[in-house]
Each structure stands twice: as C-alpha cells, then as structure tokens.
Design a protein around this ligand. Structure first.
Ligand SMILES: NC(=O)c1ccc[n+]([C@@H]2O[C@H](COP(=O)([O-])OP(=O)(O)OC[C@H]3O[C@@H](n4cnc5c(N)ncnc54)[C@H](O)[C@@H]3O)[C@@H](O)[C@H]2O)c1
Length: 252
C-alpha cells in the first residue's frame, strides 16, 4: 500500500498572524515538513524573534492584514522571489469576550477588520496567482464558535465572524476548484494562547473542560498537524470543509 504523504518539500507557505500562538505553531510544523514559510504579523519584535528561531526556511515580514497595500506588497515580493505561493493560511485573528452588550462598536469594527476584511485582502492578493498556476491551497482559521454562535471563549460577535469564515471557505472552494485550488477551514476548540489566556481563569477552565469528551484543551500542535494535513497532497480531494479540531467539543 502507498504511504500517506504529508511532506511539504519546496512548498511556499504564507501564514498570517504568525508571531505567536497557532500561527507560529503552524509555521514550525510546515517547516518541519520541508516548506519555506513566510511568517507575517503586526507584532514585529515577537515576529523577528520567533521566526529567527525557526532557521533559514523561515522568513519574517511585517504584514497588517487590514492594510490592502501592505498585503499586496508582501504577496508580490513572495511571488516574484519564489515563483508563487502554494499555501495561504489565514490565521490572524482577534477575539471579543463577554455578553453581546459588552462589545462596543470599535471592538466590533476591529473583529470585522481583522477576522473578515483581513481574509478578504489575503484571498484577493493570492488567489489570482494560484489560479494561473492551476494549484494552491487556502486554509482559514475558523472556530467552534462559528457553529455555536460564540459560547466557548469568544462571544456572539466573534462567533459571527468565524461563521462567515466557514461560509467564505465553502464559496471559495466552489469558485476555485476548477482551477486546482482547494479551500478548507479548521475550527479549533479552546487553546491556551495569548488570545484566551486572560479569559481562562481556573473556574472557566474547569467549566470548559467538562465539555471536552477528550478531557483536555487543544494544543497548538493539534491544530498545526491538521493544517499540515490539509495543506498536503494527502488531502488532495478535500475542499470546502471545516475540520473541527476540538476534542469532541461540538458533540457535547
Ligand atoms: N486560541 C483559541 O482558543 C482559538 C480557538 C479557535 C480559533 N482560534 C483562531 O485561531 C487564530 C489564531 O489565534 P491564536 O489563539 O493563535 O491567537 P494569538 O492572539 O496568539 O495570535 C493571533 C496573531 O494574530 C496577529 N494579528 C492580530 N491582528 C493582526 C493584523 N491586523 N494583521 C496581522 N496579524 C494580526 C496577532 O499579533 C497575533 O500574533 C485566530 O484566527 C483565532 O480566532 C483560536
């Protein structure tokens, strides 16, 4: 029987929001599978430090996903230098917590700008070249909040942005499939990154844990391994899907 090939040798991967947390973990795992990874973020100090530790196949670039011009510049540079982008991981994101009333308009606008307009800018900048090359993979970071209207760490407004990401994933898969471009999403459960640290008090952690049949929170590695799989040829007939990496959270 053929072995399952999840290697990414020579692939060029662009990860947004890669200075920390899940994005950094995804970058590390892609590099371990042979990829060249462009780690991008607005947090330039952490980005340079963390990308620097990943070796020669890690390239750090400042890129604010809310800034169409900056996205275009970085994407053009990568395509000119490397010939194309094989994998785009739309990971940059912000969260909002608390009741519906506690999210004031500036926070709502920020959710929309990073979690949705950011995805819009990156897809618009990258997809055309993928279509021309007749290959490419786009992976979007959604959340279990998309399926439940918030209700884990993120609130209703955060959940709404992630539900839109699930919808974008399906629609793009339909539009780009004929040009050899696959589009999938990953919906993680709760992971202890900077994003959720402050919300995860001992009481909240205990309450959340009871809802995970596998009895633990997800790790960055859990999500990174799933991302490598979806990016690889092992997933060559999978598109339009949202893969929950949630220890069974959505079943409870
Ligand atoms: N941590 C969780 O429990 C969890 C669960 C489900 C989904 N997610 C999703 O996973 C993704 C990564 O989350 P994380 O937990 O690693 O969060 P994180 O806060 O550790 O990392 C997010 C990164 O995005 C960057 N970022 C924010 N705004 C940006 C912008 N405008 N342009 C570029 N980069 C920007 C931040 O600087 C940060 O480095 C997010 O989309 C999040 O919604 C996280």
């Amino acid at each position: 029987m053929d072995s399952i090939d999840i290697r990414l040798d020579g692939r060029v991967v662009l990860v947004t929001g890669a200075a920390s947390g899940i994005g950094l973990g995804i970058a590390r795992h892609c590099i371990a599978q042979g990829a060249v990874v462009y780690l991008t973020d607005v947090e330039e100090v952490a980005l340079a430090r963390n990308a620097g530790a990943l070796g020669a196949n890690a390239c750090a670039r400042r890129m604010d996903v809310c800034d169409a011009g900056e996205v275009e510049r970085v994407v053009t540079e990568i395509i000119d230098t490397r010939g194309g982008i094989d994998v785009l991981v739309n990971n940059a994101g912000v969260v909002a917590q608390g009741s519906y009333a506690e999210t004031l308009e500036p926070a709502w606008q920020k959710l929309l700008a990073v979690n949705l307009t950011g995805v819009y800018h990156c897809v618009q900048a990258v997809a055309g070249s993928m279509r021309q090359r007749q290959r490419g993979v786009i992976i979007n970071l959604a959340s279990v909040s998309a399926m439940r209207g918030g209700g884990s760490i993120g609130n209703v407004w955060y959940g709404a942005t992630k539900a839109a990401v699930v919808s974008i994933t399906k629609g793009l898969a339909r539009e780009l499939g004929a040009d050899g471009v696959r589009v999938n999403a990953i919906a993680p459960g709760v992971i202890e990154t900077e994003m959720v640290k402050t919300a995860l008090t001992p009481e909240v952690r205990q309450r959340v844990l009871t809802r995970f049949p596998l009895q633990r929170l997800a790790t960055v590695e859990d999500v990174a391994r799933a991302t490598v799989f979806l990016a690889s040829d092992a997933a060559s007939f999978i598109t339009g899907q949202t893969l929950a990496v949630d220890g069974g959270f959505l079943t409870s």
